[in-house]
Design a protein around this ligand. Structure first.
Ligand code: 5AD
Ligand code: SF4
Length: 434
């Protein structure tokens, strides 16, 4: 039993984690394969944030059972947030053999060696900082580095504090070492990850290093290394962090600042610890200090007790901020959360879908408007790969995280080129190298 296939769902943090799991396996004599048919073990790294994501995984695991007919020794493992949330029910009901939570990846090979088993112990210390991950499904240009784990914000709708446990940060030294190694291997775009990067704190020789300083240290590795980060909680996005983004050309002019709702009543009920006014002050701060900064957000439609007035406030804040892009969700009740215990999930599915669609339609207009403003402007674009739709073209991203399509010419992956924008849709810019 030696070949392992790892499949990743959900957030960027899961992608980084799959790389850690891969490294633990390789160090313990396993091989990683790119095809489920070659695998003796299939590991599925899962997300528990919304019910529909979980349903997909249950179906996937169900479908995989048929592979066991061909290969009776095949073992299926569920790792990540669903493993943490559902524990042994994944063995009893879903017929998985291995269940491994986000803080138990050092032991993943033992669970496989034992022919199956479960470990969902959460840890206050585990950061995996000594494990340099393998880069799975990599384009050789972009990579993620997780700088902290866990979340203690307890937004009432969110399952993450229960599945990923207490906040803990990695040493700056280990983050820099990983970033330097990636740069030397040709990577040019690195995203520093944490559920709430603003909570990053590490005591180094008696002095606290916070996220803004960490970000600057990574940016200083080389001006050709682009640095991004996610996610910032609006309540503690600091002026120092905004200043850091403003001051370094290679810290990307892109901030993801989840608003979740535009209604103060909903924000309070969600335990977000800011009002819409305070959120807008953070936006003003960003706009003042970084005029060319793109801003994106997360939003939830149809949270418990959300009135039409509350929903309109969300549309209103979208119009005020004029986001460049957004990740938009309808509320999904999650067992174990405060919202599940205390509030009624009372917005009908049809109405949730309608409100979500209204936000999506508005955001499409805002994204188009934002992209149209770029027509005629020149951007520095990092060449990231071949366009999927048109093999004669490359795609890359601007510092603002917008995707640009352009003719290949004599460029290659990893080059920085100047592109003038000639056309756009709400999702993509089209341009020409100058
Ligand atoms: N229902 C819908 N969306 C959710 N998110 C988190 N929990 C839920 C939930 N129960 C969204 C939030 C968060 C993003 C990662 O997922 O918008 O920022
Ligand atoms: Fe969930 Fe809130 Fe933590 Fe984000 S900050 S992971 S939404 S609890």
């Amino acid at each position: 039993m030696k070949n392992v296939y790892i499949e990743t769902y959900g957030c960027q943090m899961n992608q980084a984690d799959s790389g850690i799991v891969g490294k633990v396996l390789v160090e313990n004599g396993y091989s990683l394969v790119n095809n489920q048919d070659d695998a003796d073990v299939i590991l599925i790294n899962t997300c528990a944030v919304r019910d529909n994501a979980e349903k997909r995984i249950h179906n996937r695991v169900h479908d995989l059972q048929s592979l066991k007919k061909k290969n009776p020794l095949l073992k299926i493992g569920i790792i990540g947030c669903m493993a943490e949330r559902l524990k042994d029910s994944l063995i009893n009901e879903d017929k998985a053999e291995i269940v491994c939570g986000p803080d138990s990846y050092r032991r993943i090979h033992e669970l496989i060696d034992l022919n199956g088993g479960i470990d969902t112990e959460l840890s206050k210390e585990e950061t995996y900082e000594d494990i340099i991950p393998v880069e799975l499904n990599s384009d050789g240009i972009s990579a993620f580095i997780s700088v902290m784990r866990g979340c203690e914000n307890f937004c009432t709708y969110c399952v993450v504090p229960y599945t990923r446990g207490k906040e803990r940060s990695r040493s700056p030294e280990s983050v820099i070492a990983q970033a330097k190694k990636l740069f030397d291997e040709g990577y040019r775009d690195i995203t520093l990850l944490g559920q709430n990067v603003n909570s990053y704190i590490y005591n180094e020789d008696g002095k606290d290093v916070r996220f803004a300083e960490l970000l600057i240290r990574v940016a200083k590795i080389n001006p050709l290394l682009r640095v991004r980060f996610a996610t910032s909680h609006p309540k503690d996005l600091s002026e120092e962090l905004v200043d850091a983004v403003a001051s370094y050309n290679n810290i990307c002019k892109y901030i993801h600042l989840p608003v979740q709702s535009g209604s103060d009543a909903m924000l309070a009920k969600m335990n977000r610890k800011y009002t819409s006014e305070q959120y807008l002050q953070k936006i003003d701060l960003i706009r003042k200090k970084i005029p060319d900064c793109a801003i994106s957000t997360d939003v939830i439609a149809g949270f418990c007790g959300e009135t039409l007035e509350d929903h309109n406030r969300t549309l209103e804040i979208f119009r005020k901020v004029r986001y460049d892009s957004a990740y938009m969700f309808k509320y999904s009740d999650r067992p174990g959360t405060v919202a599940h215990k205390r509030f009624e999930d009372d917005i009908e599915e049809k109405e949730k879908v309608r409100r979500l669609q209204e936000i999506i339609d508005l955001q499409r207009e805002l994204s188009l408007e934002s992209n149209q403003k770029d027509i005629g402007k020149i951007f520095e674009v990092l060449v990231e790969g071949e366009s999927k739709r048109d093999k004669t073209k490359y795609f890359g991203r601007t510092s603002q995280n917008k995707v640009v399509i352009f003719d290949k010419q004599d460029n290659k992956k990893g080059d920085y080129i100047n592109v003038i924008i000639e056309n756009c849709t709400s999702a993509t810019l089209f341009g020409k190298k100058i």
